[in-house]
Structure formats: C-alpha cells, structure tokens
Design a protein around this ligand. Sequence first.
Ligand code: SF4
Length: 156
Amino acid sequence: MPVPAPFYAQGLRFSCTRCSECCRLDPGFVFLRRKDAEALVSALKMDYSEFIEGYCRWVPNVDGVEQLSLQEKANYDCIFWKNGCSVYEARPLQCRTFPFWLSMLESSQSWTAASETMGCPGMGKGELHPMEEIEAILARQHAEPVITREGPEISR
Ligand code: SF4
C-alpha cells in the first residue's frame, strides 16, 4: 500500500515575528538535548552542574524516566525570557524548530488547533517551508533524544 503523502506535502507557511508568544505566560516545557545543554553551558560560561541547578528541572514521565527541561518563572515565562530570548543564539532545538513539532504535524487539524491555542501570529503566514525541510527537522529531533535520567518509580 502506498504511504499517503503528509498533509504538508505542499509545504507549510511560517515566519517567526519574534513576538515571544511561545516563550511566555503559558505553563510548558522546553526539553533539552545534549547539544542544547552544551551550547547553553558555553554561552552562559558555567559548568554543567551549575547550569542544571540554576536553569533546569527534571520532568517525570509515565515510565519512571525524567526528562530535562528548562525552568520557568512564576508567571510561566521561560527562565531565559528577558524582553526577548536572552540566549537566542544558543536557544534549544525545540525553540529553533517551533512550530515544526511532531505533535503539531500529525494532521492538518492538529496544525490548525496548535496555531489557535498557541496564538502564534507566524503560523500559516510568510515563508513557505517545503516538505523536505519539515521532514529533515523531524528527523533531527528524532535523532537527538531529550536528556533523561532514571527517576523514582511512578505508581500508576
Ligand atoms: S530559550 Fe529563548 S526561545 Fe526558547 S522558550 Fe526560552 S526565551 Fe523562548
């Protein structure tokens, strides 16, 4: 059976307006990969344990594994948001590849729903990103897993 083409076979339009809507005021996680942590540690000129202690949190998931995420402020702004991203050049892959996340690319409905719930003014507008570029982004996200550690067993 031929695999049906994804809904974004003709590409998707997106141009970031740097409005910071995706960085602020909504609870969420910015999961970190090894390259992200290395880039941020270098940009912040600190060692890894200082970075983890000062800017990160471990987020438990269902199978007793914890994933590394950036912290957020009491108002749910990202820990690095200060009138814009204060680590823009070293920002994590999750931020760089927004809104081309697997969860948003499952269907045209999930894409439309995401653009509405996230209130991103750049989704559906501006630059056309071809399918090949989108699939290269998904392949990279898949190839570079989020940093994890064994956490306490979570009773279901
Ligand atoms: S690291 Fe920068 S781009 Fe990413 S959520 Fe935080 S402020 Fe936004």
